[in-house]
Write a protein that binds this ligand. Structure first.
Ligand code: PBG
Length: 333
């Protein structure tokens, strides 16, 4: 139902924008610290914190320093972190066995966080790319990314993460049938309470470039991911994928990348009314930071505006590399 707008000057829409107080009263959306999920990169070693060149301000940390960073995030009120491992190249194999090693980097960090910062939720990434000699999210046979064999590997990976104490599993691989297979395995193995945030509508995007540098997957990748990630031209297909993943047992769904796909976020929220998240990906972060470092954009203002855009589009939360910086601003208000 459309509200009536009486003609000018009966209606002057600027009246409610006149003061900060009136703007606060008429504000339709709010961004809060509770909306933020912070993606972090973990590497081997001790006492190491190294910058990711294509993502200014983002670090790759060893497990010990990752735990310190997560403590700071928890102190800021950030409800969740999402772990991405950057394993040594020697661990990358054709069958990706390191992915379900109970002691791999990611599982070590899950255990360390759950021991020292139990109040923060730990989210994981389920995909084979960090451990794959081919850089793909799935197992490659004769040049093809094989679906069903990959799903079997992903289930093992998911169970190892759940055993380590993960709260939210994030399948980002885009194989068919993985949500149902993972949900069934969780139910059968005593992990009924573990949630799944499916990267349901994940596009084959050029905006992931800096991330692939961060996890060391860029050099390894042969070809592209178009046979499993979505065509940026499609919308209806996103709706089908979301519906499929919900039917298979996803608790939350994600659209990725974020800002170029706000139309998808809105459509998902409107059509399904389920917990909906967006990933403001590495390329979006790098793009903003590059302009900020040139003095062309204002860091705090453009960061907050970009995050509010997700709330306006219907998202319940945002995975963002800006999480700690945004939390500091929100806490100071
Ligand atoms: C791996 C994965 C990717 C991202 C999250 N999980 C990269 C890819 O699919 O190639 C991208 C995150 C970012 O760009 O910030 N499956």
């Amino acid at each position: 139902m459309r509200p009536t707008v009486a003609p000018f000057p009966t209606t002057r829409l600027r009246r409610t924008r006149r003061s900060a107080a009136l703007r606060a009263l008429t504000s339709e959306n709010t961004l809060s610290v509770g909306d933020l999920i912070w993606p972090i990169f973990v590497r081997a070693g001790e006492n190491i914190e190294e910058p990711v060149p294509s993502m200014p301000g983002v670090m790759r940390r060893s497990v010990d320093l990752s735990v310190e960073a997560v403590k700071e995030a928890a102190a800021l009120g950030i409800p969740a972190v999402c772990i991405f491992p950057s394993p040594d190249i020697s661990l990358k194999t054709e069958l990706c066995e390191e992915a379900w090693n109970p002691d791999n980097l990611s599982n070590q960090l899950i255990r360390a966080i759950k021991a020292e910062v139990p109040e923060i939720a730990v989210m994981t990434d389920i995909a084979l790319d960090p451990y794959n000699a081919n850089g793909h999210d799935g197992i490659v046979r004769d040049g093809e990314i094989v679906n069903d064999e990959t799903v079997e590997a992903l289930v093992k990976m998911a169970l190892a993460q759940a055993d380590a104490g993960a709260d939210i599993l994030g399948p980002s691989d885009m194989m068919d049938g993985r949500i149902g297979a993972i949900r069934k395995a969780l139910e059968e193995n005593g992990h009924q309470g573990v949630t799944i945030m499916s990267y349901s509508a994940k596009y084959a995007s050029a905006f992931y470039g800096p991330f692939r540098d961060a996890v060391g997957a860029a050099g390894a990748l042969t070809g592209d991911k178009k046979t499993y990630q979505m065509d940026p031209a499609n919308t209806d297909e996103a709706v089908r994928l979301i519906e499929r993943d919900l039917m298979e047992g996803a608790d939350m769904v994600m659209v990725k990348p974020g800002m170029p796909y706000l139309d998808i976020c809105r459509r998902v929220k409107t059509e399904f009314g389920v917990p909906t998240y967006a990933y403001q990906v590495s390329g979006e972060y790098a793009m903003l930071m590059a302009a900020i470092q040139n003095g062309w954009l204002d860091h705090d203002k453009v960061m907050m505006e970009s995050l509010m855009a997700f709330k306006r589009a219907g998202c319940d939360g945002i995975l963002t590399y800006f999480a700690p910086a945004a939390a500091k601003i929100l806490n100071a208000r």
